[in-house]
Structure formats: C-alpha cells, structure tokens
Design a protein around this ligand. Structure first.
Ligand code: NDP
Ligand code: GDP
Length: 329
C-alpha cells in the first residue's frame, strides 16, 4: 500500500486529495497544526481513514518527527497562509509559513529521506499568483514571475527553493503552478464562495446584500477536484518537473456574480451587490489565464468541470447548507 503525507489536510485541497488518494488505495497521513485544532474533529468525522500527525510548517523538528512517523512515499505540501488579502496584514507570518515553510519541508525530507531505492517524492503547491502583474498572456511554465502580494512573494520563494533542491540534491521535487480552483469546500473568505454563499442566503432571506471589492479582475477558475488529480499525476512521472494547471478560460468578477445570482434564482444581481474600498487590495492581480498544454501533453491531464457547472455546484451546495441551518433553527 503506498503511503502519502499531506500538509494542509484540513484545507480545501487537502480534503479533496485525501479522498482521491484513499480511493487509489493509499494509506493517507494528514498533518494537523495547533493544540486542540477544531478542524481535527471535523476531519476525523469526514475522513476516518486519514491518520492525523501533529506538526507545523514553522517548526522543523515537528516536520522531521511527522515524516519519521508516517514514512511516506509521497509528500504533498499544501499547507500555507493562502489568503492574499490576509497576507498584506500578516506579511511576516505569510513569509514564514508559505515561503520558509517549504524550505523546512524539503530539509525534513532530506533528513528523513525514505529508502535509497525509494526516496520520498515531493509536491509543492505553487500558485498563479506568482505571475501577478503578468508579463505575457496566457501564462506558461516559462512566464517570468512578478508577484503582487506578500503571498505571491512567499510562493515564488517556495517555488524557487523546490526547483533548487531538485537541481542541487537530485530530489524528486515537483511544483504545480495551479490557477484558482474552487468548489463547495472553498473557504468563505475567497470571492467565489463569498458570492455563492451570499446568493444562497439572499435567496433564502437571511442576508440582505453582498459587499465586494474590485470586480474588474479576471481569473482562470477551475474545480478543485480536477486539480488534485494533477498533483498526483506529477508524482507518478519518471522525472520530476513543474506544470501549469489551468482551464485556459478567464472570467471577470462580474460574470461570477451574474452567474451565481441567476443560479440562485435572483433576477437582478445589481439590486443586492455594492462595493466597498475596504475590500480593495493595495496591489491587484488583474488578469490570470493559464496555458496547461504541457500538463495535457505529458500528464494527460484535462479539466472536466467548466465554469458554469462549477458555479452551479457551489450555489446548489450553499442553498442546501443554508436551508439545513434554517431547518435546525
Ligand atoms: P486552504 O487555505 O483551504 O488550506 C490551508 C491549509 O494550510 C489548512 O489546512 C491550514 O490549517 C494549513 N496551515 C496553515 N498554516 C499552517 C502551519 N503553520 N502549519 C501547518 N499547516 C498550516 O488552502 P487550499 O486548500 O485552497 O490550497 C492548498 C494549497 O494550494 C495552498 O498552499 C495554497 O496557497 C495553494 N494554492 C491554492 C489555490 C486555490 O485556488 N485554492 C491556487 C494555487 C495555489 P488550519 O485549517 O488548521 O488553519
Ligand atoms: P485570489 O485570486 O487568490 O486573490 O483569490 P480571491 O478569491 O481572494 O480573490 C479573487 C479576486 O476577487 C481578487 O482580484 C480580489 O480583489 C477580488 N475580490 C473582490 N471583492 C472581493 C471580496 O470581497 N473578497 C475576496 N476574497 N476577493 C474579492
């Protein structure tokens, strides 16, 4: 039975990946941070097959202990401070977790290692936010980086150090440059889920309006369930490499709002949505659109869920969730 170790197991991607690897017959270990983390109980209920291991990306000894305990064949580093807006307020923490945390994980693998014939394989969750103020469109593995937030800067370090450890120490280390991916498990702080959840709540009469920031941005949005498959595919290749994972389509913030409100059965979204400067960012990423040709050709990866289907899935989920809350009283 192959063994996988996932950091960020309580996050959106960690949960999708745990499900995916379990279905593939993996023994799954999930790193959980903190003392009495409330998400630990949720995780035990949702994924009784995941073996929790304590650890924190800011603490190298804990990572060494965690890997020593799990002895994985594959390590997926999904943990991060992942919210761009928060990274402007907590820039040092973001650098430490999202950036230097990758270096610590790589060092822990060098220390614990795995057997010589079967060294641990490493996946790093890189991000399209590294492209930031984009130098070319669409963005590929060769597009230069120009991050626009402390989060983007930390991800560039994580990406570069992964490449550096691969080149310096011959590690099987891959970096997936994933464009935005969403779904019903997306945190409520991200714009897609904030919008689908608000549309559901407004429809059910438990919320009056929705306050957003900039709506002129464009994002290449895919479905998280499709994207975790690409992570696994990268680690099954004969050689480690980096891949862009994206749909190749881009949508505006306004298109997201229009679709979500229509899906919830609300006629005129403009009646409910207003903008507030407090949600604008000090520097914005205006346009992201990825070219995933390399992943398609070498991994055989293609996204299966398109944008309208994704929004429909999220609105339906949020309507059901909010109705259930009302029923409970
Ligand atoms: P989430 O924000 O949903 O999950 C982040 C996870 O990191 C949580 O499990 C959190 O634990 C954990 N974490 C935070 N700080 C620490 C720490 N100090 N030590 C250990 N664990 C920690 O992110 P996603 O699942 O959406 O994303 C997964 C990865 O992919 C992230 O690295 C993200 O930056 C990256 N990415 C995501 C994209 C997307 O569109 N979703 C796009 C491109 C890259 P807890 O719940 O206990 O706080
Ligand atoms: P990001 O692409 O990782 O930053 O993902 P987000 O979902 O946090 O943000 C996507 C885009 O939505 C960014 O350009 C934000 O400026 C924009 N946006 C507009 N209003 C909001 C809001 O209220 N919350 C969030 N999270 N983003 C918003």
């Amino acid at each position: 039975m192959p063994r996988a170790f996932i950091t960020g197991i309580t996050g959106q991607d960690g949960r999708h990946l745990a499900e995916f690897l379990h279905a593939k017959g993996y023994e799954v270990f999930g790193m959980v941070k903190g003392q009495n983390n409330p998400k630990m109980t949720e995780m035990r209920d949702e994924f009784p097959y995941v073996q929790p291991v304590p650890g924190d990306l800011t603490d190298l000894p804990s990572l060494v202990k965690a890997l020593d305990q799990a002895q994985p064949d594959e390590v997926y580093n999904l943990a991060a401070i992942s919210f761009v807006a928060m990274s402007f307020n907590q820039a040092e923490l973001t650098a430490n977790v999202t950036g230097t945390g990758v270096l610590r994980m790589l060092e822990a693998i060098r220390i614990v290692g795995g057997s010589q014939s079967n060294p641990m394989r490493f996946y790093q969750a890189s991000s399209s936010e590294m492209f930031g103020k984009v130098r070319e469109t669409p963005q590929t593995e060769r597009t230069p980086f120009h991050p626009r937030s402390p989060y983007g800067c930390a991800k560039v370090f994580g990406h570069d150090i992964t490449v550096n450890y691969r080149e310096s120490y011959g590690m099987f280390a891959c970096s997936g440059i994933l464009f935005n991916h969403e779904g019903p498990r997306r945190g409520l702080e991200f714009v897609t889920r904030k919008v689908t959840n608000a549309a559901a709540r407004i429809k059910l009469g438990v919320q009056e309006d929705l306050v957003l920031g900039n709506l002129d941005f464009k994002r290449d949005w895919g479905y998280a369930g499709d994207y975790v498959k690409a992570m696994w595919m990268m680690l099954q290749q004969p050689e480690p490499d980096d891949y862009v994972i994206a749909t190749g389509e881009t949508r505006t913030g306004q298109e997201l709002v229009e679709l979500a409100f229509a899906e919830a059965g609300l006629d005129d979204w403009r009646r409910y949505v207003r903008q507030d400067p407090k949600f604008f960012r000090p520097a914005e990423v205006d346009l992201l659109i990825g070219d995933a040709s390399k992943a398609r050709e070498r991994l055989g990866w293609v996204p299966e869920v398109d944008f309208p289907t994704l929004v429909k899935m999220m609105v339906e989920h949020d309507l059901a969730m909010e109705r259930a809350k009302l029923d409970r009283g």
